[in-house]
Write a protein that binds this ligand. Structure first.
Ligand code: PLP
Length: 388
């Protein structure tokens, strides 16, 4: 199996079919009239903003959430005109004008920032599209009950300078049943605080609180919009979330498909005599004559050094062992029991080859929680492309 040529030593492929499949599942799962915001922070969880956003738009997604201004700029560069972008986190004050002029929605979690934004919007003659983040118990960003008077005064004084796109909060760990009481308390506070906005005459277009886990586990907390990240890429926020889902269904299979594959190819093949060490140091001793394949992917490309002497990759549809230390740019695999391995043969680091699969989870320690971290650690510099 020859790999298709690319300009980088490895390539990340996204399956269009899997993207459509997962988004169909999420759409069917959320309650009627609940909008889906596709969370594409962290370079679309490592998948690549520039490829993922247009692919998701084709499936009917028209709202994207990012963490920071730089990510918003990348979405803006590839999105359709009518698609909305929402920054949930960081905006440097000197770029507020850019945010306002590009009609980007953004979260406000400080009175000072609200004032800056409203004054600037007033000056520019535009409307700031704000989501006010409420502190309900996560204790990260968010405005607490004692700060609301100040907010309401500003909102009253600059009535014409904003659209209240949303009132929102973030839940502290809906993926674990251990946090159930804490989550319930957060939602109670959220309902209370959003009620106060209404009493003061401020009607938000949307209320939103749920990420993937809460969307699945607490459907009643979907409100008007859900902010779905990890699910759309084909992973569950935690094992518990998956169990929660399947335990209520007849069919017990995983309804999600993985989107990402990470492929490379063999750059050299050679024989090593019994008694020789392979790669740096003495961690791998050839106990018999070996054939080894060198693959141009190392820890600088995101293939963790902790997989030295323990990783598995796919060649010719077979699982083969990574031997010796992972280098900065290369890894070495034992292909002794394969026939006719030649330079250019396809190597699968994550994904499927024939009927074998290397999952992101098996790629490191077997914790599902790590999917988030593993995916986002895939470097942006690796070439990415869509496959059917
Ligand atoms: C990352 C994030 C999400 C999405 O989380 P998933 O678990 O990936 O669905 C939603 N809301 C906020 C505020 C986030 O930071």
């Amino acid at each position: 199996m020859r790999a298709t040529a690319s300009h980088t030593p490895s390539v990340i492929e996204l399956s269009s079919e899997a993207i459509a499949h997962n988004l169909r599942f999420i759409k069917r799962f959320v309650r009627k009239n609940v909008r889906i915001s596709s969370v594409v922070k962290g370079n679309a969880y490592g998948h690549g903003i520039e490829l993922y956003v247009p692919a998701a738009e084709k499936c009917g997604i028209a709202h994207f959430s990012v963490f920071s201004l730089d990510e918003a700029a990348r979405v803006l560069a590839v999105k359709q005109a009518e698609t909305s972008v929402m920054i949930m986190g960081w905006i440097p004050v000197e770029r507020l004008q850019w945010v306002l002029e590009n009609e980007i929605e953004f979260w406000v979690f400080e009175a000072e920032r609200l004032l800056e934004a409203l004054q600037l919007a007033d000056l520019l003659g535009v409307k700031a599209r704000i989501h006010i983040e409420l502190e309900t118990g996560m204790n990260r960003t968010g405005l607490g009950p004692f700060e609301l008077n100040e907010i309401w005064t500003l909102m009253h004084d600059y009535k014409h300078a904003y659209v209240l796109e949303g009132l929102c909060t973030h839940l502290a760990g809906a993926e674990s049943i251990a946090n159930h009481v804490r989550i319930q308390r957060q939602i109670k506070r959220f309902r209370l605080m959003t009620g106060l906005f209404k009493e003061h005459g401020f009607q938000a277009r949307t209320l939103h609180a749920a990420s993937s886990a809460a969307t699945i586990v607490y459907p009643a907390f979907q409100f008007d919009m859900v902010r779905v990240g990890i699910l759309q890429y084909g992973y569950w926020p935690s094992k518990e979330t998956f169990i929660h889902y399947v335990s209520r269904r007849k069919k017990k299979h995983d309804p999600l498909d993985r989107i990402i594959s990470w492929k490379s190819c063999i750059m050299a093949v050679k024989r090593v005599r019994q008694g020789e060490f392979v790669s740096y140091g003495t961690t791998y001793l050839a106990t018999e004559d070996k054939t080894i394949a060198i693959v141009p992917t190392g820890y600088s490309h995101g293939y963790s050094r902790s997989l030295s002497n323990s990783g598995r990759i796919l060649i010719h549809g077979q699982r083969v062992s990574v031997i010796g230390m992972i280098n900065m740019n290369m890894l070495i695999a034992d292909v002794t029991f394969l026939n006719d391995v030649v330079v250019g043969d396809e190597v699968v680091l994550i994904g499927q080859q024939d009927d074998q699969v290397i999952s992101v989870a098996s790629f490191s320690e077997l914790s599902n929680q790590l999917n988030y971290e593993l995916l986002t650690r895939l470097p942006g510099g690796i070439m990415r492309r869509l496959t059917p």
